[in-house]
Write a protein that binds this ligand. Structure first.
Ligand code: DP6
Length: 312
């Protein structure tokens, strides 16, 4: 058995909507940072039976998502992958907006690569991970990752590192606001948004401009500019969700209260901003020297279950 690890990531510029559902080609470019304190461990080996055997947190995976992805790699991408035995677990809850599928698919690609000696480069690993979950494309290595491509050309969509994390290590904490599973999988929420939201096309073009802003902000280590672009990408994604029919909502009362608390800190001049994904957990990003004030403010918010430092 080979053991591989990967960390989830949080998008500061969001991917929400696809050009192609089967190939998971995003409609928008995205930019993420890693959540290094959260880790998925995946063990991969050859399975002596006829099909793949997959367990997550010690329980046989009934969703079939990983076996379907393995079959796609075998049949549509011609990879010679024998039946596999896969065991995966993480030090954080699954399906609650903490990108467990991102770290899960990224760790699995690395494990398969090592087990079978494929020697895939990072770009190829990223592309394969993307076919499992597009955000997984950004988890194949740590750092400021950008996932971009050309239109609906599948081959062009893979992530690359814009900047390594040590060159600009920000403070990041994850605020757990619920332990229940998300009501609508992100793929489904995105599909509804693309098909029904009247602002979907505006979102796609606005987010591309925000992406360009954020890339420049990272290149210049400009926190205020990154915070601005990230905030509007989050609100843009929320607007698509809210204008979908039926509307899609992932935040709860505690998440809203945390968002308000962080926005208040920002108003007082503390360099901090928030973002959320397809779940109620809030991620807070700040300049590391302000960690104490940020944490103590968030810990006072009613309904917060835990504040976990994601980037030491
Ligand atoms: C809100 O990568 O989970 O977290 O590609 O359908 O598996 P699929 O979706 P997924 O969606 C992530 C959406 C997001 C924003 C982001 O991570 O960019």
């Amino acid at each position: 058995m080979i053991e591989a690890i990967a960390h989830p990531n949080v998008a500061l510029i969001k991917y929400w909507g696809k050009y192609n559902d089967t190939l998971r080609i995003p409609a928008t470019p995205s930019l993420s940072i890693p959540l290094l304190g959260l880790t998925t461990h995946t063990r991969v080996g050859l399975h002596q039976g006829s099909g793949d055997e997959v367990s997550i947190f010690g329980v046989r995976d009934a969703s079939g998502r990983i076996t379907a992805w393995l079959d796609t790699l075998r049949h549509s991408f011609g990879l010679d992958i024998p039946p596999l035995h896969v065991e995966s677990s993480s030090n954080f809850p699954a399906s609650s907006g903490l990108a467990s599928s991102a770290s899960g698919f990224a760790a699995l690609v690395k494990g398969i690569d090592q087990l079978l000696g494929l020697e895939l480069d990072l770009q190829a690993q990223s592309r394969l991970a993307r076919l499992g979950s597009a955000s997984a494309a950004r988890s194949v290595c740590e750092g400021y990752m950008v996932l971009d491509g050309e239109g609906s050309a599948h081959e062009s969509w893979s992530a690359r590192r814009l900047l390594d994390w040590q060159s600009w290590p920000l403070g990041v904490c994850v605020v757990l606001c619920s332990k229940t599973h998300k009501p609508i999988p992100s793929s489904e929420g995105m599909r509804i948004g693309r098909e029904t939201s009247p602002i979907f096309n505006d979102w796609v073009s606005a987010n591309r401009r925000l992406f360009t802003e954020a890339v420049q902000a990272v290149e210049h280590r400009d926190f205020e500019r990154l915070a601005w672009a990230s905030k509007w990408s989050f609100y843009g994604m929320c607007s698509v969700m809210e204008s979908s029919r039926p509307p899609v909502s992932y935040l709860n009362r505690a998440s809203q209260a945390v968002i308000h608390a962080v926005a208040t800190l920002d108003d007082k001049g503390v360099p901090a901003f928030f973002t959320c994904d397809a779940g109620p957990q809030v991620k807070c990003v700040y300049l590391p020297e302000h960690e104490q004030v940020v944490r103590s403010r968030i810990e006072q918010v009613p309904g917060v279950l835990e504040v976990r430092r994601a980037c030491p």
